[in-house]
Ligand binder design. Structure first.
Ligand SMILES: NC(=O)c1ccc[n+]([C@@H]2O[C@H](COP(=O)([O-])OP(=O)(O)OC[C@H]3O[C@@H](n4cnc5c(N)ncnc54)[C@H](OP(=O)(O)O)[C@@H]3O)[C@@H](O)[C@H]2O)c1
Length: 286
């Protein structure tokens, strides 16, 4: 199968390449950070998107590209909607034109976090600009494509040259620096490799609809950080618990946006890993 993977220079795009099968043909797409043999396509440029997709003629588009800096989206609202919303619409139109399936990677932040352990058909209520613009992407996807799937993930992590939460924690603790971590934000941290495996399974089984391809826990950020320290044999005494009230973040965060992954396990016949399992896998692969 031929895959056109946007966000090919980012964390998930790079990890998708490591879990793909030998006979998968991948076109990895970058915007401003060429990485290996990625090809350039700015998803905010509709004609570039159209021409790239028509030229590559993939069977499946896996759309990982996004403006992912949650707080920056509050300052650059138009840019957030242009990349996360309209860019997704352009890709969905191009996918439809070439008869490709499109799998859009979305976020636990589409939920307001008042309840937690969300299922795929629970009502959404995105809080900040990042969340609203990602949800706009979900809406545009369904408007322009007849063969779509949505894969929602949460606090993605894994080995990548740019910082994500887990490799940042490892770096800080190895440098013996203290870190302050909130105790009152709950998610389902997701190893990008494990999400990637689920996303490829959606493609292989030709599934449509929404899937929570996330880690198999509901865990607060402080406890997750303790597990990182344990998996990498680092000093957890450097990790200080704090409350969100004492930690200024520009964008609102859901209190508990953990995701229920039972649909993925049932329909894709695969296991989503707990963070202990995923952190061990990450540590073992260093
Ligand atoms: N990270 C998380 O904790 C998290 C949580 C929930 C959901 N998600 C979702 O998961 C997906 C993957 O996230 P990630 O952490 O792997 O992302 P990431 O590492 O931050 O990478 C973002 C990617 O988007 C690309 N991109 C940005 N603007 C673009 C544009 N105008 N045209 C084309 N490409 C553009 C970047 O390309 P260049 O670098 O080449 O410019 C990069 O490859 C995203 O859809 C995100 O919303 C992430």
């Amino acid at each position: 199968m031929k895959y056109f993977i946007t966000g090919g220079s980012g964390l998930l795009g790079q990890r998708l390449a490591t879990v793909a099968r030998d006979n998968d043909e991948l076109v990895l797409v970058h915007n401003s950070n060429p990485t290996g043999d990625t090809v350039k396509c700015d998803i905010t440029d509709e004609s570039q998107v159209h021409d790239s997709v028509v030229e590559e003629n993939p069977d499946v588009i896996i759309h990982c590209a996004a403006m992912t800096h949650v707080d920056l989206c509050e300052d650059e609202v138009d840019k957030a909607y242009s990349i996360n919303g309209d860019g997704t619409g352009y890709l969905a139109k191009a996918a439809e034109e070439v008869g490709a399936k499109i799998i859009y990677v979305s976020t636990d932040f589409v939920f307001d976090g008042c309840r937690g352990y969300y299922k795929e058909d629970d009502p959404v209520n995105p809080l900040g600009i990042y969340a609203k613009s990602k949800y706009d992407g979900e809406v545009q996807l369904q408007k322009y494509s007849s063969n779509w799937a949505i894969a929602r993930v949460s606090v993605l992590y894994g080995w990548h040259e740019r910082a994500n939460f887990t490799n940042w924690v490892v770096k800080e603790l190895r440098s013996k620096r203290e870190i302050n971590i909130v105790t009152d934000q709950i998610n389902s941290p997701t190893l990008a490799d494990n999400a990637g495996e689920a996303i490829f399974e959606i493609a292989r089984r030709d599934k449509n609809g929404v899937f929570h391809t996330a880690g198999n826990d509901a865990i607060n950020r402080f406890d997750f950080t303790l597990k990182i320290a344990e998996a990498f044999d680092l000093n957890d005494g450097l990790i200080n618990p704090i409350s969100s009230e004492n930690f200024v973040q520009k964008a609102p965060r859901p209190r508990d946006s953990s995701l229920n992954v039972s649909k993925v396990e049932k329909e894709l016949g695969m296991k989503m890993e707990t963070c202990s399992e995923s952190l061990k896998r990450m540590a073992d692969s260093e």
